[in-house]
Design a protein around this ligand. Structure first.
Ligand code: GLN
Length: 267
């Protein structure tokens, strides 16, 4: 709990800075609805729709966030072009599996299960999963007995919720996107939601949602694994090589830190 509070406080402190910087950051990568494997030298990269601070549409409809800026910096470093395709998390993974997109960057956790069907880049961001509520009468997981909780389709936080649903006696209801999931909790339809901690913490600290984190797995949990960029297994090896080379370069030259601190002050 102490760690969660710290995260929220730090998040709140950086929210204004991140907001100001984001407003003049001007991420220029264009989002496009076109899909399909690399054509005309351009890769199609699928992403989530509403997963701040990793990817989200700003007030002018442009996508920005840590993933978006990292991809742009890596593409620039490695000299490749891409089109961004914000499909939503589960749809983005499916598009890569169906070779309709060349890669996915979407705060995607690197897991052994996913490694069977995806090739992952080097890890680029540590994460954990958490449970958040709107109503303070739900102070701990035990209070969710007999309640409905909101989970996001195909995610690690959903997997965690499913793994403890019987123990705590709650029922999981699936949503496609994080924003709709939070709304369901705010409206009181679901008692809680399950989400990645950096994303939930950011939404709370920016005042976008009035939720509170009541539980977080620790970093050694199998549900708390870092994020990686992914391609379909055995495909797009060249893109993966470029991503890893570019990621290393932007870590070495300070661009990575600049990007992360633009959105998250404590990193
Ligand atoms: N990190 C989580 C996962 O990979 C959620 C990602 C997301 O919702 N964009 O399952």
């Amino acid at each position: 709990m102490k760690k969660v509070m710290k995260l929220i406080v730090v998040g709140a402190l950086c929210a204004m800075t991140a907001f100001v910087l984001a407003a003049c950051g001007g991420s220029s990568s264009s989002d496009s609805s076109s899909s399909g494997a690399a054509s005309g030298g351009k890769y199609t990269i699928a992403t989530d729709t509403a997963f701040a601070p990793f990817e989200y549409a700003n007030s002018s409809g442009q996508y920005e966030g840590i993933d978006i800026d990292l991809l742009e910096a890596i593409a620039k470093d490695q000299g490749f072009e891409y089109e961004l395709n914000p499909l939503g998390f589960d749809a983005a993974l499916q598009a890569v599996q169906a070779d309709q997109a060349d890669g996915v960057i979407a705060g995607m956790s690197i897991t052994d299960e996913r490694k069977k069907v995806f090739d992952f880049s080097d890890a680029y961001y540590d994460s954990t999963v958490c449970c958040a509520v709107a109503d303070s009468k739900y102070a701990k997981l035990e209070d969710l007995k007999g309640e409905k909780v909101a989970v996001k389709k195909g995610t690690q936080s959903e997997a965690w919720a499913n793994s403890i649903a019987d123990e705590y006696g709650f029922t999981c209801v699936e949503f496609d996107t994080s924003d709709i999931m939070y709304q369901d909790v705010s409206a009181g339809n679901s008692a809680a939601c399950f989400e990645d901690t950096p994303v939930m913490g950011y939404a709370i600290s920016t005042g976008n949602v009035k939720l509170q984190i009541i539980e977080e797995v620790d970093s050694s949990s199998e549900y708390a694994t870092p994020y990686g960029f992914a391609v379909n297994k055995g495909k797009n090896a060249e893109l993966m090589e470029k991503f890893n080379a570019g990621l290393k370069n932007i870590k070495d030259n300070g661009t990575y830190d600049e990007i992360v601190s633009k959105y998250v002050k404590s990193k």
